[in-house]
Design a protein around this ligand. Structure first.
Ligand SMILES: Cc1cc2nc3c(=O)[nH]c(=O)nc-3n(C[C@H](O)[C@H](O)[C@H](O)COP(=O)(O)O)c2cc1C
Length: 225
């Protein structure tokens, strides 16, 4: 009987410990509360994935504390942003417009459509929902956006003008159908008065494979001082 009790207690301990390990290893998508329609949420910043793997701890120390800021209307940039956040163990912050873009707003052929008009007006600054995100505790800021008429969407200009990048490593990236990154990233760096260390921007095809993102991050990481 005593032996039976001992076996029972070992089995019960194993079940409890196993349950705790599963809880502490949630994937990013489960631990984040952000979605494209997050305009009603209080906080748009998500926390990094919790992990017990030592290799992830090493990654964190190389990048420092990282946040992936992104704007995305049809999901391509968001997908890249979430992949980066998951690889570097970083948080994500989605730039959500106060006035969401409709499909008509995004027409690339109608010159009266909202996106076309905004991109034609260098002073357009679409308003961002919520209060500016506090970047002070981050070492690395990834900043991602779609290419719109060979430029960064004007809402990125709103974001850059309202945040300080001083002392941070900034990693611009974009997605597009065919265009390269062009001057989109250097335009943003100029707007930030080149404060912070802005790395050369990278363009991903809208249909980029996640292994390509991993390879890019590894190469970038190995070049970090
Ligand atoms: C208004 C508008 C303008 C665009 N202009 C370009 C462009 O100049 N060059 C290009 O290759 N793709 C262009 N695209 C395609 C987007 O850059 C591409 O689909 C991107 O991956 C969308 O990102 P998202 O899904 O994160 O919104 C444009 C799309 C829109 C809606």
């Amino acid at each position: 009987m005593r032996m039976f009790k001992k076996i029972l207690s070992v089995v019960l301990s194993a079940v409890v410990l196993g349950g705790m390990a599963a809880c502490s290893n949630k994937p990013v998508s489960e631990s984040s509360g952000v979605s494209l329609s997050a305009a009603t949420e209080q906080s748009l910043i998500t926390t990094p994935r919790e992990t017990t793997e030592p290799s992830d701890t090493e990654k964190e120390s190389k990048w420092g504390k990282a946040v992936v800021v992104y704007f995305s209307c049809t999901g391509n940039t968001k997908e890249v942003a979430l992949k980066i956040a998951s690889e570097v163990g970083g948080s994500t912050y989605e730039i959500v417009p106060v006035k969401q873009y409709t499909q008509d707003d995004l027409s690339s052929t109608n010159k009266r459509a909202r996106a076309y008009r905004e991109q034609s007006d260098k002073n357009a600054r679409p308003e961002i929902y919520g209060t500016p995100v506090d970047l002070s505790s981050y070492d690395t800021v990834f900043i991602g956006y779609p290419v719109w008429f060979s430029q960064a969407p004007r809402i990125l200009y709103t974001f850059v003008e309202n945040h300080s990048f001083e002392g941070k490593t900034v990693v611009p990236f974009c997605t597009s159908e065919n265009s390269g990154i062009g001057t989109t990233a250097t335009d943003l760096a100029e707007l930030a008065e080149n404060k912070g260390k802005w790395l050369t921007g990278t363009r991903f095809a809208a249909s980029v494979k996640s292994t390509d993102i991993e390879q890019w991050l590894n190469a970038l990481e190995s070049r970090l001082a």
